[in-house]
Design a protein around this ligand. Structure first.
Ligand code: OGA
Ligand code: MN
Length: 273
């Protein structure tokens, strides 16, 4: 609900906006959700500061945006809530989980229906590091020379999440350029390291092409780095950006803890467009 006059502040020259004046713990009405959804479509990343939420409150808030995705690794679920996951450097989870998000990716791109929005609520924030990097894929697409845009427009990428590990997971195909499901704006989609091939192209050429494209897509000029304040809620629109966590050290004292509660959803609300 609205707590005081809502305010908007850009987070960078490109993507990202901060929205103040909300108190999510008291619930969010349809109008508020519509406003946030519209901001997500316009700015790709929305930060709502100062939201101290229980996992159940975060779950309820997340469910206003779409269908919560139940995380496959049950031991990462919080408080018996299948849609809320804990990201933490403060427990003894293995290295793959500790730095599972520290590579450029689109959430759930290795499934038939990837996530639309993901949101993190910052429970503990270390004094340095622990940021999330967001690369604007609309700008990256628009910055390509026209001949290259035409070329990528028709390409289909073959994704395998475990391309980064043992290659045993299913292959999924997605267009390399995707008009946004609601706004229609074109963006590079999933031009990152889950891509292992391009339909109709030999393996080696495809891998080389994707490597060069990923370098372009994550160039500094497209990147916003979000440094969290405790209790931020940060939401992003996966169809417009790539994101990556910064590499984390395992925490050795409470001040170094980085703990995020996370909800990821499927579905495309209309907003006010
Ligand atoms: C994620 C993710 C980034 C981060 O939760 O999907 O990529 O900074 N997180 O923790
Ligand atoms: Mn992610």
């Amino acid at each position: 609900m609205i707590d005081s006059t809502p305010g908007l502040t850009p987070l960078s020259d490109g993507i990202g906006v901060a929205l103040t004046g909300l108190r999510i713990s008291k619930g969010a009405d349809r109008e508020t959700i519509n406003t946030i959804v519209t901001l997500l479509y316009r700015h790709a990343v929305v930060c709502i500061p100062d939201q101290e939420l229980t996992p159940a409150q975060l779950a309820d808030f997340g469910a206003c945006f779409g269908k919560p995705i139940h995380h496959t690794e049950a031991d990462l679920r919080l408080d018996g809530l299948p849609g809320v996951m804990s990201l933490s450097n403060a427990d003894n989870r293995d290295d793959r989980q500790l730095n599972g998000g520290a590579h450029w990716h689109t959430d759930l791109v290795h499934t038939d229906e990837p996530a639309s929005f993901t949101m993190l609520n910052a429970i503990a924030v270390p004094p340095s590091g622990g940021r999330t990097l967001f690369a604007d894929q609309v700008a990256a697409y628009e910055a390509l020379p026209q001949a290259m845009r035409q070329r990528v427009d028709t390409m289909t990428v073959i994704h395998c999440y475990e391309a980064r590990t043992d290659g045993s997971m299913a292959l999924v195909r997605h267009p390399l350029v995707r008009p946004h499901p609601v706004t229609g704006r074109r963006a590079l989609y999933g031009a990152a390291d889950t891509g292992i091939g391009i339909e109709g192209m030999s393996g080696d050429s495809a891998r080389q092409f994707l490597l060069e494209l990923a370098e372009h897509a994550t160039d500094q000029r497209f990147v916003y780095r979000h440094a969290y304040n405790k209790h931020d809620v940060v939401i992003w629109d996966n169809s417009q950006l790539l994101h990556s966590a910064e590499l984390l050290e395992r925490s050795r004292s409470p001040e170094q803890d980085r703990i995020m509660h996370r909800v990821s959803v499927r579905g495309w609300p209309q907003g006010e467009l």
